[in-house]
Design a protein around this ligand. Structure first.
Ligand code: NDP
Ligand code: X2W
Length: 304
C-alpha cells in the first residue's frame, strides 16, 4: 500500500525540494492542490484529511494558523518551520540526536524538523555536553555561513535579481530564531552567541563553534563526536584534511549528509568544531524525507 503525503507549501523552496525527492517513489502518492486553491484553508483541510502524513513547508505564521485543525485530523505531521521545535508535544526530528531519537520520531503524531543552522550547531555541541568535554553553561559562540536559499523565496529573489550582491552578516542582536532550539536540544543552560552570515551562493552551509578548551581539547572533542555518531549513515565524523584547506560550504549540496570535524591546537586547547551540510538537504528537505521514512517504517535513506 502506498502512503499518501500532502506537502503544504509545495511550491516554496523547501516544499519543491521535498517533492523532488518523493515524486518518483512508487511507495508514496503525493496529494497536490491546484495553484488557485493552494492557500485555501478549506482545500488544505481536505488534503490533510486525505493524507497519511502532511509536511508543512510554510512560514511560521501560517503554521500557527493551521496547527489547531491538525490536532483533530488523523494525519501525522512533519513541520519544517520554527513553530514547534521546542514544543514538548512535538518530537524533535534530528534522528541522530541521541539513542532514543528514532523511536521518538517513529512513534510521534507530530514531528518538528530542526532549523538548518541548528542542525549543525546541535550536532556539534550535544555530544560534547553529553560527554562532559564542555559544561552545559560553557560560554559558547557559533559562527555560520549559509547560502541565500536559506532565506526562502524572498531572499532568493533579492540575490537573483541583483538587488543584493556579495553577502552579509545579520541577526547580531542575538534574537535569531534558532537560538532557543539550540539551547534546548544541545543540552546547554547558557544561550550561545550566534553570528550567522549569508554568502553569494544559493545553497550550502558551514557552522563553526570555536572553543577554549584545556590542552588536548581538539582530540577530546573529536573522540566525543566519533563515539556519538558511530555507525550513522547521514552524520559522518571526518578528519579535518578530508574537507580540504579551504572548506567549501557547497561540498555536500544535493545530499542528505552532514560532515563534522574538529581542528585546533592541541598544545593550547584552542579548538574549532566544524559542520558542513546542505541547508536544503540535511538542513531542511532531506531531513524531512528522512523523518517521513522513519514515520512510515521505510528504509531511512529511501529517496535520499
Ligand atoms: N530555506 C531553508 O533553508 C529552510 C527553510 N525552513 C523552513 O521551512 C518553511 C518554508 O520555508 P521556505 O521553503 O524557505 O519558504 P518559501 O518562502 O520559499 O516558501 C513558503 C511557501 O509557503 C507558501 N505559503 C505561505 N502562506 C501560506 C498559506 N497560508 N497556505 C499555503 N501556503 C502558504 C508560500 O506561497 P507563495 O509562493 O505564494 O509565497 C510559499 O510557496 C519555513 O518555515 C522555513 O523557515 C527550514 C529549514 C531550512
Ligand atoms: C539565510 C537565512 O535567512 N536563513 C534563515 C534560517 C533558515 C532555516 O533554517 O529556516 P527555519 O528556521 O525556518 O527552518 C534565517 O536566518 O532566518
Amino acid at each position: 500500500m502506498t502512503a499518501k503525503v500532502f506537502i503544504d507549501g509545495e511550491v516554496g523552496t523547501t516544499g519543491l525540494q521535498i517533492r523532488a525527492r518523493l515524486e518518483s517513489r512508487a511507495d508514496i502518492t503525493l496529494i497536490s492542490l491546484p495553484e488557485e486553491s493552494r492557500k485555501s484553508r478549506l482545500a488544505r483541510i481536505g488534503a490533510f484529511g486525505e493524507a497519511d502524513v502532511a509536511i508543512l513547508c510554510l512560514p511560521d505564521a501560517a503554521v500557527h494558523e493551521i496547527a489547531p485543525d491538525l490536532a483533530h485530523l488523523p494525519c501525522r505531521v512533519i513541520d519544517a518551520s520554527t513553530a514547534h521545535r521546542t514544543d514538548p508535544a512535538w518530537a524533535f526530528g534530528f534522528a541522530e540526536l541521541d539513542a532514543g531519537a528514532r523511536a521518538r520520531i517513529a512513534g510521534a503524531k507530530f514531528v518538528s524538523n530542526p532549523g538548518c543552522y541548528s542542525t549543525g550547531a546541535i550536532a556539534l555541541l550535544k555530544p560534547l555536553v553529553a560527554a562532559g568535554v564542555i559544561a552545559p553553561d560553557h560560554p559558547v559562540t557559533i559562527n555560520a555561513l549559509s547560502g541565500y536559499s536559506g532565506g526562502g523565496k524572498s531572499m532568493i529573489a533579492e540575490f537573483e535579481t541583483g538587488a543584493v550582491t556579495g553577502g552579509f552578516v545579520y541577526a547580531t542582536g542575538q534574537k535569531h530564531k534558532h537560538l532557543p532550539e539550540i539551547v534546548a536540544h544541545a543540552g546547554l543552560t547558557r544561550r550561545p552567541i550566534f553570528v550567522p552570515q549569508v554568502g553569494p551562493f544559493a545553497q550550502g552551509m558551514i557552522v563553526q563553534v570555536p572553543l577554549h578548551l584545556p590542552p588536548g581539547g581538539p582530540a577530546a572533542a573529536m573522540d566525543a563526536l566519533r563515539a556519538h555518531y558511530k555507525g550513522q549513515r547521514f552524520v559522518q565524523v571526518v578528519e579535518r584534511a578530508a574537507m580540504g584547506d579551504r572548506i567549501d560550504p557547497q561540498r555536500l549540496n544535493g545530499t542528505n549528509l552532514m560532515e563534522l570535524t574538529v581542528d585546533g591546537d592541541p598544545e593550547t586547547g584552542a579548538t574549532v568544531l566544524i559542520a558542513v551540510l546542505d541547508n536544503l538537504g540535511k538542513g531542511a528537505s532531506g531531513a524531512a524525507v528522512q523523518n517521513l521514512n522513519i514515520l512510515l517504517g521505510k528504509d531511512e535513506g529511501a529517496g535520499l
